[in-house]
Design a protein. Structure first.
Length: 44
């Protein structure tokens, strides 16, 4: 799920899996669909 964060007066969209930042929500969503990062807490 994409997280929204504000930095330097801009809104950024962050991939909660790997922490990568995007300035476009659609880019972040598309990234998350293909993100390979695994969240260990998800398995527990
Ligand atoms: Zn990611």
């Amino acid at each position: 799920m994409v997280e929204t964060t504000e930095k330097d007066g801009m809104t950024w969209y962050r991939c909660e899996h790997c922490g990568m930042l995007f300035d476009e929500r659609e880019d972040a969503r598309q990234h998350e669909d293909n993100c390979d990062a695994e969240d260990p807490s998800y398995i527990q």
